[in-house]
Design a protein around this ligand. Structure first.
Ligand SMILES: [Zn+2]
Ligand SMILES: [Zn+2]
Length: 279
């Protein structure tokens, strides 16, 4: 943010309206309350439930109450479709013990076509409202905030010895028809913020959505897998190592389909970056 912009629009928490912290539109308190991902599969980042811990002696509550989130300062509007929680292909794995290598049952049985998914948050309050605000109301301050939070997480993860940066970020493409309807590809807008912050190019030429699929959020898990098949095409030479970026990873069907295609077309390494992951 420029000095003038900072004077005109001082950082203000999008959740509670208090002054923002560290130049972000989020205050310290609300940031501390954000549902960070915590223990998750080393490969697909699916959050591992408390019951997955073999050493946990505490009884587990099957329905952990959702804390009432702080009231989100979003303008009222039509209720947007949300990622509905669904039976994940990883559901069995999520509730099983993780192996010594930190993989969920599903990744142990069949590794995904990407090397590793890095996500920042669980897709829990207040993420659905933040993502919907970014996606359906094109709130630029939300895009900037969420992009910055993702970039910060990636910088922190880069401390790991096996971390390597991609040659380019590839946002999950929207079909041109959907893009016209929405006017906006949230994955691309997030990628622009992340790319600028990390000094990485954003490659929007290398692949395209060639089939207008039904919104994944409206489908059951099995339908999601067939719905997305063949939805993308490679349209330009691929970088050697890419990071696919999406706002929310649910079953992983979309990012897996895209990763498989990129790998099949010569991409040597594919990572997935996401703001949030559904349990
Ligand atoms: Zn706040
Ligand atoms: Zn996994």
């Amino acid at each position: 943010m420029t000095r003038a912009a900072a004077l005109l629009y001082p950082p203000t928490c999008v959740l509670c309206g208090a002054p923002g912290d560290a130049g972000l539109d989020l205050c310290q308190g609300c940031r501390a309350d954000m549902p960070t991902l915590g223990a998750c599969c080393a490969r697909c980042a699916i959050p591992l439930t408390r019951s997955s811990s073999a050493s946990s002696a505490e009884p587990t509550s099957p329905d952990e109450p959702n804390r009432p989130g702080p009231s989100l300062k979003l303008k009222p509007g039509p209720s947007p479709p949300q990622h509905k929680p669904e039976l994940s292909e990883h559901r069995i794995g999520a509730h099983s013990r993780i192996a010594g290598d930190g993989l969920c049952g599903s990744c142990q049985r069949q590794p995904p076509p990407y090397r590793r998914c890095t996500a920042v948050y669980r897709y829990e309050d207040p993420l659905p409202a933040l993502v919907a605000g970014m996606k359906f109301r094109a709130r630029l301050n939300l895009v900037r905030l969420l992009g910055e939070l993702l970039a910060e997480e990636l910088l922190a993860r880069a401390e790991a010895p096996d971390w390597t940066w991609p040659d380019a970020i590839v946002p999950v493409p929207l079909h041109p028809q959907r893009l016209r309807q929405r006017g906006y590809n949230q994955a691309l807008e997030l990628a622009r913020i992340v790319g600028r912050r990390l000094a990485l190019p954003v490659d929007i030429a290398c692949c395209r959505r060639i089939r207008s699929t039904q919104a994944q959020s409206a489908l059951e898990e099995r339908q999601r897998l067939t719905n997305i098949r063949g939805a993308f095409a490679v349209t330009a030479p691929l970088p050697r190592h890419v990071a696919i970026l999406d706002d929310v990873v649910t079953t992983g069907a979309t990012v897996s389909e895209l990763a498989r295609l990129l790998r099949r077309n010569g991409c040597e390494q594919v990572d997935v970056w996401a703001l949030a992951r559904t349990p």
